[in-house]
Design a protein around this ligand. Sequence first.
Ligand SMILES: Cc1cc2nc3c(=O)[nH]c(=O)nc-3n(C[C@H](O)[C@H](O)[C@H](O)COP(=O)(O)OP(=O)(O)OC[C@H]3O[C@@H](n4cnc5c(N)ncnc54)[C@H](O)[C@@H]3O)c2cc1C
Length: 427
Amino acid sequence: MKTDLKIIIIGGGIGGVTLANAIKKYGDGKCSVHIYEKEMTVSSTAFKGYTIGLNQMGRDSLREALDIEKYDRLTSELIQSGGQYVVTDRQLNPLINFSCSSYVDRDRLCGLLREGIDVHYGMKFKSYTEDNDGVSVFFEDGSCERADFLVGADGVHSVVRHQKLPLFQMEDVNVYSIQALIPNVGDDVIDLLFKQDNTLITKTLGNKRNTIMFGKVKAQADAINFGVEDIASIERIMEQNEPGNTCLVINYEWRPLVENGRVDLPTGGRQYMLNTLRRDTGNFHPLVVDLLNRVAKPEHLINDQPKPMRQALPCRWPAASRVTLIGDAINAMTATSGCGGNLAMRDAIDLGYALTDIIKNIAPLSIRMTAHEQMIVERGQQQIKLSRDCTEHMHSQELSHCSELFRNTIMRILNKLLIWGVVKIPN
Ligand SMILES: Cc1cc2nc3c(=O)[nH]c(=O)nc-3n(C[C@H](O)[C@H](O)[C@H](O)COP(=O)(O)OP(=O)(O)OC[C@H]3O[C@@H](n4cnc5c(N)ncnc54)[C@H](O)[C@@H]3O)c2cc1C
């Protein structure tokens, strides 16, 4: 294989930039790496700027992928700890507290990871052709680039995957979400929802296969941190917030009933969605009921239809080639376990090892890439199952009074065991 190899990565999200760093670190200068990102500027990609909770897998991946100087800056300047993720019952009594051992602002993380990396913005990937010598990569602006390897790190709607794995499918898990940003929320509600100053998120478990996540929003960036991507809506709603009041992000997730094969979904726009939310949370704490019935208005809902939760189905891969995939492009999962970003980083560093082995002639492409792809698909499916299990725990069935009491008691006991150090949540 020639020595001056070129690797093109489609997508400058968390997986793509981690991979670029890994190749720079381990490639011994034998290859150049270029990211092509469809967004126009660094700041437009920052709209996916929510906080990422880092688990052990994510921290290890970043340590392995980054050079010492960047890793030191990551740990000393970017990684934060100590925030609380509180799970409560319907009456907002705390059931379990998770202390976030490390989390990082996604925008700042990607900013650090992009330093020294060649990123071409405003370049929307369209298609590729592959031959024995390399890959030709075509963009929507009509331009074409030639490379030795092409990596699809282009997220859940991956266009690279569409061509590489035409049989790939996403599965609907029959859980939907409604997101709203509510202005002018009074202190009484805020104090009740965020009893401790360092509470980042409060998640309330209902008994009708439903949960609500609450997040406090002081600035536009906070709303983005909670996953609201529509900047125009954030600006419009935050303008209505009067001084001294707080904006609240809510993310309502529920599994609708299926009757005679028909999913009971609120179609017909925001008012219908809000009515469903109000109907199914009527037995929550009176202040939450008041918030949703009196303060929340249809125009506070971010989307005009519920968003389905989806996950990747296992898929048969063709023989290993010069085109491969990482992160959400191949391992998209429900957001419940919050580990998709960590997995994207792990996929990236492992692909970095595989590609640099091939580049340095340590292993032939067909053998090394086949082993790598098998491994990331198997690991990805395990993580997808884990996240799905969490989703099912929260949304599988309507609970009777006794079952709900039982669930809440188990969670309280688990919380005590966590406090006493008898059990540990893997981080
Ligand atoms: C609200 C929310 C909170 C989350 N919290 C966590 C968390 O705490 N921990 C965690 O581990 N995970 C979390 N996740 C999941 C995590 O964000 C994803 O798993 C992760 O971003 C996947 O990274 P990726 O690089 O594969 O894809 P992405 O981050 O989606 O990046 C894909 C990139 O490709 C670009 N792109 C797409 N199509 C094209 C094209 N045709 N041409 C060029 N560029 C293209 C996109 O613009 C984007 O920049 C969360 C997700 C959400 C929605």
